[in-house]
Design a protein around this ligand. Sequence first.
Ligand code: SAM
Length: 392
Amino acid sequence: MQQDAIHTFLQKLEESFQKGDFVKLTLSKSRSKKAELKNIFISPVKIKAGLVCNLVYRYPTRDITKNLTLEDTLSELRRALREDFSHADMYVTGKNLKLLISKKGQAKLLTRHIEVPAPVEFAHNRSKGRIIQTHNNTWLRQLGVVNANYEVRHEMKDKFLQINRYVELLEPEIQMLNNTKQLQVADMGSGKGYLTFALYDFLLNKTGNHPFVQGIEFREDLVDTCNSVAREASFKNLSFKQGSIEESGLPELDVLIALHACDTATDDAIYRGITANASLIVVAPCCHKQIRKDWLPAEQLKGVTRHGILDERQAELVTDALRALIMESRGYKTKVFEFIATGHTPKNIAIVGRKINKSTREKEKAMEEAGKLKELYGIKHHYLEQLLEQPL
Ligand SMILES: C[S@@+](CC[C@H](N)C(=O)[O-])C[C@H]1O[C@@H](n2cnc3c(N)ncnc32)[C@H](O)[C@@H]1O
């Protein structure tokens, strides 16, 4: 029974890979509660050597990526299903196959017919290793990132690198979302729209999703320009709306992003993401002024706070640590990391929150930790916390 179900599942992968209609496969449900390895995500990818499988090994604080031939992928899957995971979920065009292995080792295979987009072509077949292709790219040309020959303009090299880095960091998070529905995405404080366009381009052209993406931006001139570039690029489900993050009434969202929204605008954006029940929230905070105005750090921290620059940096760290904890207390699993070298931008910290099934105790624990941090720094309130306390 077990052998049959696992054998059939692997055979289906082999057939669909060879036919070119394999979309993605996820291994989940670790056999051991203590296991560090949480998931393996597998998708097809074209590299110079031909079509291979890209495997992303997800650990709590890092991802490890490998490209393997089909044969090696099949033996790695056999091993992982034996030793590490009890669920495997595979999408091929038109079908979803779920392999469930019980604690007693009984395996069963469930197949259902669904609408699945054409196979994705994730990563690695990128010109000069960049996820966003420059060739014939209308929006990059209209926004002045590339010249008329579609070469990156010298003065836009850092911006181009930043756009690519940001999409690269979103890629594994997006692979974990339900790709069978049209993703609803909002970009808060979209500015000139570099990132909004990049994300739309990536979702449409690399994942086969047909997302609805909306940028929210104060400045009317930027909104008008971005809407006209979206029309030129024939990005029909990408639009920009003039307005403030605070007042943007949003429907249910899958993804909320906010890159370098000033000061508490990042909190407004996170708040919007939480209340719109976003599965994924990604922010890269900008300046952090709010808590520094009225905090009173403990006497023991005087050695740090007496120096203006260290005080400022500490306020940034504490603000972002509290943001992450508050998101944790609302059911998000968070990661905080540098997404680009400081030489390209000093505002290089990203906070990524993915909504997961958290117990009430886990959420309370995050709030307790936030409380202790606030106490140490004599912080009366954090703006995000205040927003979440107000009635909806
Ligand atoms: C530093 S720019 C970043 C733009 C874009 N996210 C990027 O990274 O390229 C911040 C943008 O957010 C907009 N903004 C700041 N606070 C806002 C708010 N509360 N509501 C709407 N837009 C806001 C500003 O007008 C500006 O265009």
